[in-house]
Design a protein around this ligand. Structure first.
Ligand SMILES: [Zn+2]
Length: 290
């Protein structure tokens, strides 16, 4: 090997070699279009430090954030009949589920834990939009029922963070049956005087909006979240009118009386803790720590 290939060539390679930068270091804010350092977003729980835009928070980060440290207890959801229609479109439904499971490490588009929020006992259900668009099939229905039963069982509030594209089409009628099932489940909470709080996050649409998501004792929404039943294009072509600006945003539906308050993520935890304390009339000197 000549000195040219042994010494000079590697040096030239080192000079021109691209420095490899991990592609997840920076995230583009959808509000101000600035690049935001991922580490900064972790600290603000995915709220842009420049413009305050609320980016989507992953379901696991959300659960870690909302429950007080060291209080997390897992709640298992029973298995449901898997792929009842043996559905297949371009892909088998069973393959889509397998893919979603391996990508997200979740069993389906919801998971549950119990713990405390600012010192107040709560069962928390978080929907995962990354899992097949947070669509509601039998497993999500079962998750809501389990969460409601657990909340009654341990006499603690139920807090649900919704995020969903609607019903899971691959389960057909079984998916639609989750609407009455979940409504019955959350109505039982009311019979038992258990506080039920819903937080609508981006996006909450379709069957979820048409069932348990709109039945909270108190309903919060995150700033800028898309909240509605059908998409704006479908509505526009049905009513044949131009829709107003900001239609189906959290702020718009707040102005029209569909939610109680639009709360920035930084204030949400304290707000939920205060509402639970107020609704359960359980002020035993626990101070909310948000
Ligand atoms: Zn921004």
């Amino acid at each position: 090997m000549s000195w040219l290939s042994k010494f000079v060539k590697p040096k030239i390679h080192a000079l021109v070699k691209k420095i490899e930068v991990p592609n997840n270091l920076w995230v583009k804010c959808l509000g101000c279009e600035q690049m935001v350092y991922n580490k900064d977003l972790k600290e603000t729980y995915s709220v842009c430090p420049t413009c305050g835009f609320h980016l989507r928070l992953s379901s696991t980060d959300r659960m870690d954030w909302i429950l007080d440290e060291g209080t997390h207890r897992e709640i298992e959801i029973s298995d449901v009949v898997f792929d009842p229609l043996k559905f297949k479109d371009k892909k088998k439904y069973s393959d889509r589920i397998k893919e979603a499971k391996s990508k997200s490490n979740q069993n389906d588009a919801i998971f549950l834990r119990s713990g405390t929020i600012g010192g107040q006992k709560a069962v928390v259900a978080v929907m995962d939009f990354e899992f097949m668009g947070g669509s509601m099939g039998s497993a999500v229905g079962e998750g809501i029922i389990t969460a409601a039963e657990k909340a009654i069982d341990i006499n603690s509030a139920l807090v649900i963070f919704t995020s969903s594209g609607g019903a899971r089409m691959q389960e057909g009628i079984f998916s639609l049956m989750q609407l009455p099932r979940t409504i019955i489940a959350v109505n039982k909470l009311k019979d038992e005087n258990i506080p039920y709080i819903v937080v609508l996050t981006d996006p909450t649409t379709g069957g979820v909006t048409a069932s348990f998501a709109m039945l909270g004792d108190v309903t919060f929404a995150e700033p800028g979240a898309l909240i509605g039943f059908a998409g704006p294009r479908v509505i526009q072509s049905t009513v044949r009118e131009t829709l107003p600006e900001g239609f189906q945003t959290a702020e718009y539906i707040y102005e029209h009386g569909m939610v109680d308050e639009v709360v920035p993520r930084s204030k949400l935890k304290l707000k939920i803790a205060n509402v639970i304390r107020h609704l359960s009339n359980n002020n035993v000197g626990n101070s909310a720590r948000a």
